[in-house]
Design a protein around this ligand. Structure first.
Ligand code: UDP
Length: 253
């Protein structure tokens, strides 16, 4: 595995299967330090250009993958053709599917984030889908910073191997990084709106749209409130074009 550089951010060159296997192996390693997994999207790349703290969090993470077509396109444009798409939801589901094959030591997973009804329903449904996995706890994501200590104590008491944090980005990445030393789990990943999908509140785009690289458009139509966030996209494209021209030596900087 080699790490690539996308506008100053690390990006690991792993397939979905390789990334899932790596996370599961880490979860099965006794006393392993916390592995922070980040699924990078264009909004996060743009945010990191003006937020050095966020950029440092990404660069310190143990595993950084491309969440969607935007970052894959950027990686290819910047000369890293082997980078492939590893969407957060697919990565987590692949880890759970792989974990089901290991009956000896069931993987323990905790869900943190989304509205109370949503995470409750996601927890109920996901247990039915992956019966070999122990979903050892779930908690909603609408809490004040001062409650974090209590939440960490609850998570640690449930003894998860893998913590799924669905608070939206960059809050989830900040939260994991800020508490990494006190969280006793082995891996933590920011999963954005995955619990909404698992609970059946939001649908993923049909496969043919995903294959066309248009999942973002489907999400936008389902959740028009995401429109302001999309404004980062033209900026992302511009930054990538500029960097790729610079790499090809077509621009003096
Ligand atoms: N959320 C949360 N606490 C908050 C704000 C948001 O738990 O204070 C949840 C929200 O309910 C949703 C998720 O965070 O489940 C964010 O979803 P979104 O689709 O915006 O995430 P993305 O993958 O785009 O970062």
């Amino acid at each position: 595995m080699s790490a690539r550089n996308i506008l100053g951010l690390k990006l690991d060159e792993l397939s979905l299967e390789e990334a899932a296997a790596k996370v599961l192996r880490h979860c099965q390693t006794p006393a392993a330090p916390l592995l922070h997994i980040i699924t990078l999207n264009p909004e996060m790349v743009v945010a990191a250009q003006r937020d050095a703290h966020f950029a440092a969090i990404v660069n310190r993470a143990g595993l950084v993958v491309a969440d969607g077509v935007g970052v894959v396109w950027a990686a290819h444009k910047l000369g890293h053709p082997a980078v492939t798409k590893v969407p957060g939801i697919e990565l987590v589901e692949q880890i759970l599917a792989l974990a089901m094959q290991d009956a000896e030591r069931p993987l323990r997973v905790y869900l943190l984030g989304a509205r109370p009804d949503v995470v409750g329903e996601a927890h109920r449904r996901i247990r039915l889908r992956y019966p070999g996995v122990v979903f050892c706890g779930a908690r909603h994501g609408y809490f004040a910073a001062a409650e974090s200590e209590q939440i960490i104590a609850e998570i640690n008491a449930a003894e998860p191997d893998l913590l799924l944090v669905g608070l939206g980005s960059p809050r989830q990445e900040y939260w994991i990084a800020a508490h990494a030393e006190r969280l006793k789990c082995r891996a933590a990943i920011g999963v954005g709106g995955v619990f909404d999908v698992w609970a059946g509140r939001v649908n993923r785009a049909p496969l043919w749209l995903r294959r066309l690289g248009l999942e973002w458009l489907y999400r936008l139509i389902q959740q028009p409130a995401r429109l302001p966030r999309m404004l980062a996209l033209p900026q992302f494209v511009m930054l990538i074009y500029r960097r790729s021209r610079r790499l090809r030596g077509e621009e003096d900087v």
